[in-house]
Design a protein around this ligand. Sequence first.
Ligand code: AMP
Length: 440
Amino acid sequence: MSFESLNLSAPILKAISACGYTAPTPIQAQSIPLALEGKDLIGSAQTGTGKTASFVLPALERLLTPSELRGKGPRVLVLTPTRELATQVSDAVRSYGKFMRVRSGSILGGMPYRFQMDLLSRPVDFIVGTPGRIIDHLERRTLNLSRLELLVLDEADRMLDMGFSEDVDRIAAACPEGRQTMLFTATMDDPMAKLAARLLTDPVRVAVEGKEVAELQIEQRLHVADDMRHKNRLLQHLISDASVSKAIIFSATKRDADQLAADLYAQGHAAAALHGDMSQGARNRTIVNMRRGKVRLLVATDVAARGLDVSGITHVINYDLPKFAEDYVHRIGRTGRAGASGVAISFCSLNEVAYLDRIERYTGKALPQHVIPGLEPTRQLRRANAGPGGKKGRPSFDPRRKSTGPKARFGAPGGKPGRRDQDVVVEYRRGGRRDSGKQG
Ligand code: AMP
């Protein structure tokens, strides 16, 4: 399928071609025709699938026809859970709309009101914003949504997680009833289904499985770690590999992100932290430095890295596993973007086995375990979904089974730390373990 066959207008096609896109991604091919028909839509797609263009392109197409309504409020409003994601959507609006006249801007929390007041005092077409600040402007009556034609909720699941449910309802209530609504989410649990039922009319569902992202473009590996010291040694080994040219390392807490980034920096690595306690300016600077290649290792928390779009991320390293399986898919989606290949490496220690279990159930796939010779875990992980004798639903380490190391068990050649970790692969499959031995 081509973009031309989607019935987009010339200025939009020209911008798409200037971006170097040759064909729509699956979510774009499914969503754009429905969106252009004016249908309400629920899209299940992760970041990395091209979902931003799947709502920005039809939104721009709409703006090519003048509004019948007078007033200066926006015709399109995109709500995002984080400032980073909002910035990326705004960047997409600028790139895809660069051959047409679009008056657009962002209304984000943590940013000065002055510029936002200025933006809203003039006619505007396209606003991207975070819910809290949009509510502020509605209350101050500096924002009027009576002209709104299209409301987009991007990463709606995360907005609910972050407690924005009420704000989203209030914003939707300020929009005209006959507007079009598009909602993007990675999950469809009960609260999400209820939100969709409240805000959308007769929606069509389009889905691109997260699994596709995970399976097609990203090689996933698991390293079992005894403790934090073991994780640090594994990390040292992995980042010493020259193929790790741009990596995001995920940590569970902001403090750990700072500490780990400081340690790596002290060891001479171009490392920096990215988390929610940093000022917006510092976060933006760090992201720009990463884009420019000045930062090689970014140590981030989930919220800060949400929606982060830096091209050429070769590796995602889960220093700590995420509590929620959806976050795992979001994290690994930072690499392998739009056709590029990537590697996602996860460390799992004793107290994280339940998280691993959730991830494997969610993605429907057991993560292949890799062992670095010389850095073997001392204990074997018993996994709920796969693995020898693992009881379903009750994952645990088996402290009685002391590992004798891969050399003895799998007959792999010995090696000092520093060998590539792909030499020995222990792959768990339902109903038994498969030792795949040398994998190059
Ligand atoms: P998203 O899922 O919207 O965050 O997009 C992920 C990345 O894919 C971004 O860097 C986009 O620039 C890129 N992208 C979006 N659509 C296409 C396409 N049709 N062909 C190639 N790259 C694309």
